[in-house]
Design a protein around this ligand. Structure first.
Ligand code: F0G
Length: 352
């Protein structure tokens, strides 16, 4: 086996503009597609988890960022900016560092998981907290980068981001030897569902695959503009990564849903938290709450008969559970380690 070369090198000929690039890379992509034994039993489907928390900064954003930052490098940009609920900022900070560029991130006040903030700090981003939510941050980022074109905007409104993120679909088809029947993923700003759908369509158009999956986009109930059919003014959810009321890629998400015969659905915070614990406890995969929305959506959709048993289903779990330790510990009884001496440990083990 040769070493995974990073996604630009792996899929160069399928990435717009990347033919001659020397990538800014942390060897992102090539993430595990894990058979989900328990979820498969629960649903009667063949369920896989695409574990995007295994990317270098712990989320799928790295797929878009290797492309966006390489593009920025070739444009001669010296600084980049993004709005972020956390993961984009961690990824932008890491790739800007690789590229030798300055990075500033606009984050919504008080609504970003601790692990993500720690990453952005350690990776040297200038962190600007905005009095407002993600939608306010993105509006500001768009304005600043249009006033100062020398600063690159690395949100998913940057076409290079979507190009990079579509490679997750290629990887899934490459591993399965076919496209899944259904693809489920959490939706916030809607860049990722747009990217996955593009990836599936391209493989299908080139005859690499012979079916197109139905796309199921899952939003948090308190931040579900695509489900409601209208922007949400004050989005609220425990899944802060997808606390977004006015998705930038609205049209891309609608296209994915309509062209694929798919659906959007909402998951309540309780459903998200239940799925969050279930995936960790039964599959051994620790994801962040927003990522568990996909699993919550899958379970509800199956229960309601939206999908039949026997189908092949891929669920993208978008970010690593370590990003959000507060939510992991919040629902738990207080963790009190038991202090024992070595003899007592031996005793304990014998009892067990
Ligand atoms: N899951 C996680 C863990 C995310 O961080 C995000 C988006 C999504 C799902 C939704 O993806 O926006 O493409 O629909 N996070 C962005 C950020 C907004 O700033 O990190 P989307």
């Amino acid at each position: 086996h040769s070493r995974w070369p990073g996604l630009i090198a792996a899929y160069r000929d399928r990435l717009e503009g990347a033919a001659d690039w020397e990538p800014v890379t942390l060897f992102e992509g090539g993430t595990p597609l894990v058979p989900a034994t328990h979820l498969s039993e629960l649903t009667g489907c063949e369920v896989y988890l695409k574990v995007e928390g295994a990317n270098p900064t712990g989320s799928f954003k790295d797929r878009g960022m290797t492309m966006a930052m390489t593009d920025a490098k070739y444009r001669g940009q010296k600084a980049v900016l993004c709005a972020s609920t956390g993961n984009t900022s961690a990824s932008a900070a890491a790739y800007a560092t690789r590229a030798g560029m300055e990075c500033a991130v606009l984050i919504p006040q008080g609504k970003i998981a601790m692990g993500k903030l720690a990453q952005a700090v350690m990776l040297g981003a200038k962190i600007i907290q905005v009095e407002g939510n993600f939608d306010d941050c993105l509006e500001l980022a768009r304005k600043v980068t249009s006033d100062f074109p020398e600063v690159g905007l690395v949100n998913s409104v940057n076409p290079a981001r979507i190009e990079g993120q579509k490679t997750a679909s290629f990887e899934i088809c490459d591993v399965l030897g076919k496209a899944p029947d259904v693809h489920v993923l959490p939706v916030g700003n809607a860049g990722n569902i747009t990217a996955y759908w593009r990836g599936y369509r391209e493989y299908y158009a080139d005859g690499v695959t012979s079916v197109l999956p139905r796309m199921l986009g899952v939003q948090a109930a308190g931040a579900a503009p695509l489900v409601n059919g209208a922007p949400v003014k004050d989005p609220e959810t425990i899944a802060t990564a997808i606390r977004i009321g006015a998705p930038a890629s609205w049209n891309g998400a609608m296209e994915a849903k309509e062209q694929s015969g798919g659906a959007f659905r909402a998951a309540t915070d309780d459903e998200i938290l239940a799925a969050y614990r279930l995936v960790a406890a039964t599959e051994g995969v620790f994801v962040e709450p927003a990522s568990a929305a996909s699993v919550a959506g899958l379970l509800a959709a199956r229960k309601e008969g939206w999908l039949d048993s026997g189908l092949t289903v891929v669920c993208t779990v978008t970010g690593n559970g370590l990003k959000d330790p507060d939510n992991a510990l919040a629902g738990m009884p207080e963790v009190k380690p038991i202090a024992v001496d070595p003899v007592a440990i031996a005793h304990e083990l014998e009892l067990a």
